[in-house]
Ligand binder design. Structure first.
Ligand code: AR6
Length: 170
């Protein structure tokens, strides 16, 4: 069933006009490549300064900062698991990334939050499975909570978009 509180779009997360975007970070929280690099570049150097004070973040957990030069007011940095074949709790850790990010959004009464495919780039998590986990966690959280009001999934390429589209239609 399609819920009105989820949305799927294609594009670059750093350009979105939403209250919070989620960053696929690493445990240092001090920047990197992929979406993390793009977010740090777009937000500007003050983001790194705030991140230095956060003392890193465990895999599966999330921390929040301001958005600085982004249109988004907040950035929620979550640390996805590296895919090791599936036997090291990767699925539970990925689910925990989505949940802990949504919990921070609820705490701040954030209305709209956008997620990239956490762990689906250099961390190598299979995209189909990652999308199922992302959609399940978001839909469960939305059912039980008033905030966030809306969850946006953003895809960087057409294949991934199609995977999400099918899941959100079910
Ligand atoms: N907007 C939306 N999605 C994007 C963008 C963008 N601008 N850029 C990439 N993606 P990745 P990970 C998608 O590798 O696998 C960093 O170095 C991309 O297509 O950014 O969680 C961190 O510092 C993919 O589907 O993150 C960590 O060390 C998804 O974002 C490590 O990479 C995530 O790809 C984290 O690896």
């Amino acid at each position: 069933m399609k819920t009105p509180r989820t949305e799927l779009i294609m594009g670059d997360i750093t350009t979105l006009e939403v209250e919070a975007i989620v960053n696929a970070a690493n445990r240092s929280l001090l920047g990197g490549g992929g979406v993390d690099g793009a977010i740090h570049r777009a937000a500007g150097p003050a983001l790194l300064e705030e991140c230095k004070g956060l003392d890193g973040c465990e895999t599966g957990q999330s921390k929040i900062t301001r958005g600085y030069q982004l249109k988004a007011k907040y950035i929620i940095h979550t640390v996805g698991p590296v895919w090791h074949g599936g036997s090291q709790n990767e699925d539970k850790l990925l689910a925990s990334c989505y949940r802990s990010s949504l919990e921070l959004a609820r705490e701040k009464k954030i209305k709209t939050i956008a997620f990239p495919g956490i762990s689906t780039g250099v961390y190598g998590f299979p995209r189909g499975l990652a999308a199922v986990i992302a959609v399940n966690e978001a839909q469960r959280f939305l059912r039980d909570n008033k905030f966030p009001e809306k969850v946006i999934f953003i895809s960087f390429d057409e294949d991934n978009f199609e995977t999400y589209r099918k899941l959100l239609k079910e």
